[in-house]
Design a protein around this ligand. Sequence first.
Ligand SMILES: [Zn+2]
Length: 330
Amino acid sequence: MKPSPITPTVPFDQDGVHHGFLRLPYSRDDSAWGSVMIPITVIRNGDGPTALLTGANHGDEYEGPVALMDLAATLTPAEVTGRVVIVPALNYPAFRAGTRTSPIDKGNMNRSFPGAPDGTVTQKIADYFQRVLVPMADVVLDFHSGGKTLDFLPFAAVHVLEDKKQEAACVAAMKAFNAPWSMMMLEIDAVGMFDTAVEAQGKVFVTTELGGGGTATARTIGIARKGVRNLLMHAGILTGEAETGPTVMLDMPDGDCFHFAEGDGLIEPMADLGDAVTQGQSLARIWPPDRTGVLPMTVIAKRAGLLTARHFPGLVKSGDCVAVIAVEVR
Ligand SMILES: [Zn+2]
C-alpha cells in the first residue's frame, strides 16, 4: 500500500510535551499548495503503555474536543508513564465547519475506515489512524455525543466482541471511565466505523455518547474530563486517585431498541431522557406540519426500558431516529 500523505510535525518517541499538527496536503482554490492542519499533542515519559484519545470524529460533538484541549494544555510528563496521544478533532474539517461530516468531501469519518492513502481527505485521515496511530496504542478512547440531531443520556460504551478476553478488558476500561451510565452498545451499521477498526486490531476501546444537540454542558464536559483521567489511571499511564461514583449498566439487546419516524412533521416528545418507559407506551407524536385538523402519528415503544436517546430538533423527517430504549442490567 502507498505511504500516507500525512506528515506529523511532532515526534512520537521523544520524552516531553509536543504540540503540533498532522499535516495533510490539500490543494484547493484558496490555497494552491495548502494543507489541512490537524492539531495533535504527544506527551511521553519513558516506556509504558500508549493511549490514543480522539474527539470530534463527528464535527458537531463537543465534550471530547473541550476535555481533550484541556488535557493537552495541562497534562505534564511528570504525571505520565508511557505515552498519551491527543487528537481533539479527528475529522478536523468537519469540526471547523461545525458539521457532522466533512465540508470537503461529505465524508462521515465513522463510516470511512479503514480509509485509503489515495482517497478523499476523510479517507486519508482514516488511513493514517488505521495504519499509524492505532497500531501504536494499547487503549483508544473516542468521544462522541449526539451532534445536532440527537441527544443522549451521558454514557460510556463498549461493544460485544468475539474475543471475550478483549471484551472484558474493554468493559473494565468503560467502568473505569465511570460515566453515570455504561452501555453495551449495539450499532445500527458497524461497517467502516473507527470503533470496528480499532477493535479488529485487538485494542482496548471505549467510546461515549455524552449529550448532544450540537452543544455541550458543564455537566457533560465534567463527565468527559473526569472520565479521560480515570481511564488513563486505569491504563497505568497516569498516577493519582480515580474519582468514581455509581454507574448504571445498560444493554441494547436487539434492533427493537431503535425507533424511527415513518413520516415528516413536528415532533411532540411524550417521554424525556432517563424516563422509564413500558412496552406499548407513546414515546412521541409526529404532527403533520402543513395543516390543522389532522391527528398525529404516534411512535410506540417496542420494548420496556430507559429512554436513552431522542431526536433533538423540533422537526423530524421520515427515517430519522426518534428514540432509543436501553435496558438496565442489574
Ligand atoms: Zn458521533
